[in-house]
Structures are given as C-alpha cells and as structure tokens.
Design a protein around this ligand. Structure first.
Ligand code: KG4
Ligand code: ZN
Length: 338
C-alpha cells in the first residue's frame, strides 16, 4: 500500500510517499527555518503562507522523483493535530482535496504518533509493545506504545516542553533559531558541572516532569552575568543546562522501564537528536538490558515520512476521515474518535 503523506504543523512543509508503513519511497521537506530565523521564532501567518506556496510543488516533485503517478497512490494521510492551526489547516485542506480528486481514503494522523512511528522507518524489526520517550519542541512525554494505535501516557511535562527550553536558552544566548542544535554543539565543548542548575523532583506521578524552573534558573544566570558584566562560559552553561534536561528525563524513563517491564525503548521528536540525551539514555537503558532504538537525526525532526508510517497502521485500525476532517491546534495522542 502506497500512502501519500503530508505534514505542515509547524515550519516545515513536507510530503512523502511511504510503502506499507516501513519503506520511504521519497521524503521531501521544504524548510522555512531561515525565514523565521529573522524573527527569532516561528511567525504563524508566515508559516501558513509558505506552506501554501510549497505544498503543491512538493507533491508534484515527490511523484516525479519516484516515477509514480496518481493512480499508484492508495491513500492520502495528513497531520491533523496538534500544531499551529493555520499551518495544520493548509496540509489538511490539501490532503482532503487530493483524496477527493483521486477517490482515495483519507487518513488523519496525530503528529506525535507520527514522531513515534519514525522508529518503524528506521528499524524494520521494531514492533509494539515498547516504551517511547517523546521529546519535541511542543511535547515531552513517556508513552507506553501497547500497539500501533493503542497507547498510554505514563508521564508528561507539567509546564514547558524540553525543546521549548532549549530554544529559549539558545535565543537568550544569541544563537540562531531553533536553538536546540546550537546548544547541543556548544555543550559538547563545555564542562557540564560548571553551573549548578536545578532538576525537577518527582511529584505525585513519578513520571511527570517540569522544565520551567530549570529554564528560569538558566535565563536568570545569563541575565545576571550580563547585568554585572561577568564573562559567561557559554559552552559550559549549555553543557550544564543539557545535563539538567537529561537528568530530568533519563531517571523517569529508567523507572518506567523497570515498572512496566518493557524490554524495548524508542526515542522520538526533535530533541531526540540531542547527543547528550542520546548517550545518557542509551547507557541507562542498556544497563537495564533494554534494547534501545534511536532514529537517525533526519527522522527525529518533523517530516512527512513518519506521518506515512503511522498512517499505514491507522488505516489498518480503520481510523479514516471523511471530507468533514478539521485541523486542531491541540489534541491528545490517545486517539479520540474523529
Ligand atoms: O519534533 P520537532 O522537529 O518539532 C516539533 O514537533 O516541535 O522538534 C523541534 C525541537 C526544537 O525545539 C529544536 O530546538 C529541538 O527540537 N532540537 C534539539 C536538537 N535538534 C533539534 N534540541 C536539542 N538538541 C538537538 N540536537
Ligand atoms: Zn514535531
């Protein structure tokens, strides 16, 4: 089954063709990052307009590149939530028009389910059940993936997402948007014990986490140094900050592995590209004897191939939409009836 998949929830316009949920035939991404960088963050109206300008050409290129034509497509899939509402709407409307005109089924996919499914593309042997640490720009959660379309959220951030904090710290340090990758690079040259930064303590739900205290502490430290004219060791601040994020995530995932007895751990989302978090997570999970799956960096960030992967399993579970499909800025990963 060949699925034409579309993703437009933030600042990447993406179209992919994916066979049977596992094989990427093509994966096209038009990134708007350079444009939003001028403003230090994503400007929603600009994102929507850029999606409109890019999406048709990307879909044409995807077909051209693979030598396929419209008759070869069996279904159309699209991220319908969550994201910037105007941006998601562009993808949803494009997908509805494509499905209607070709007379093919329409498959709505939750963006975070897509991030998890990126692992199916990278690891052909991976099947549920497994645990997944989802760390993206807008979401941070530990998910028990019981089956391809049945999951439980074990814990989640109570305030900011990890990626949001990376971006904020990067921005205040004058790094280009989005700051995560730049903070990661600087951190590799720094001393992770130079600056004392807080780690959130486990609360009522031991899998929940908080990053706002850490974010505020890091920003205060930077502003204070600026105000008193103190030289800041940027590399070490990035290393200390990244260590604190990792120390917040890793013990909770370890606990979840121990408590659930799951033997496999996957990671997903843009922040899953972070070198320190990858190394710490790998060491901790392997010490427990768990098998660890980490998608290549290209599949961690937003892309449409991951939407095509998850769509295959949503289709098999009968989760289809009709032309009344809407876009949603927020929506739980748990898969409400559409
Ligand atoms: O999953 P994603 O591409 O988009 C969302 O669904 O949010 O995640 C984007 C986030 C941004 O906050 C970005 O700074 C962060 O992922 N990110 C990183 C790294 N690469 C991307 N954060 C830390 N270290 C990285 N290497
Ligand atoms: Zn994402």
């Amino acid at each position: 089954m060949i699925i034409l998949a579309v993703e437009s929830s933030c600042d990447e316009t993406a179209v992919a063709l994916v066979r049977d949920g596992r094989e990427v035939l093509t994966d096209k991404i038009a990134s708007q990052v350079e444009l939003h960088r001028i403003y230090g963050g994503v400007v929603p109206e600009i994102a929507s307009r850029m999606h409109i300008e890019a999406i048709y050409a990307l879909a044409d290129q995807a077909l051209e590149e693979t030598g396929l034509d419209r008759q070869d497509i069996d279904a159309v899939a699209v991220t319908y939530a969550p994201g910037l509402i105007g941006a998601v709407l562009v993808g949803v409307n494009f997908a509805k028009a494509a499905a209607l005109s070709m007379g093919k089924p329409l498959i709505p996919v939750h963006h975070i389910r897509g991030h998890i499914a990126a692992n199916y593309l990278a690891f052909s042997e991976l099947e549920p059940p497994f645990l997944c640490l989802v760390v993206s720009g807008g979401h941070t959660m530990i998910v028990d993936v019981e089956d391809y379309t049945r999951m439980q959220i074990l814990g989640t951030t109570l305030d900011d997402a990890a990626g949001e904090c990376f971006d904020k710290v990067g921005r205040v340090l004058g790094m280009p948007y989005p700051g995560g990758a730049a903070v990661d690079k600087a951190a590799q040259r720094g001393d992770d014990r130079k600056y004392a930064l807080p780690r959130s303590k486990p609360g009522a739900n031991p899998y929940d986490m908080s990053f706002s205290g850490l974010k505020t502490a890091a920003l205060n430290l930077i502003h204070h140094a600026d105000q008193v004219g103190e030289a800041l060791d940027v590399d070490s601040l990035c290393a200390s900050f990244t260590a604190a994020v990792s120390d917040t995530l890793v013990p909770r995932v370890v606990r979840a592995l121990e408590q659930t007895g799951r033997r496999r751990l996957a990671i997903a989302g843009g922040v899953a590209a972070n070198s320190r978090i990858r190394a710490d997570m790998l060491a901790a999970a392997e010490a427990l004897g768990a098998q660890v799956y980490m998608p290549p960096l290209k599949l961690c960030g937003d892309n449409a191939a991951m939407i095509g992967a998850q769509a295959y399993y949503e289709y098999q579970a009968g989760n289809l939409a009709d032309m009344s499909l809407n876009a949603y800025a927020t929506r739980s990963i748990l898969g409400e009836t559409l």
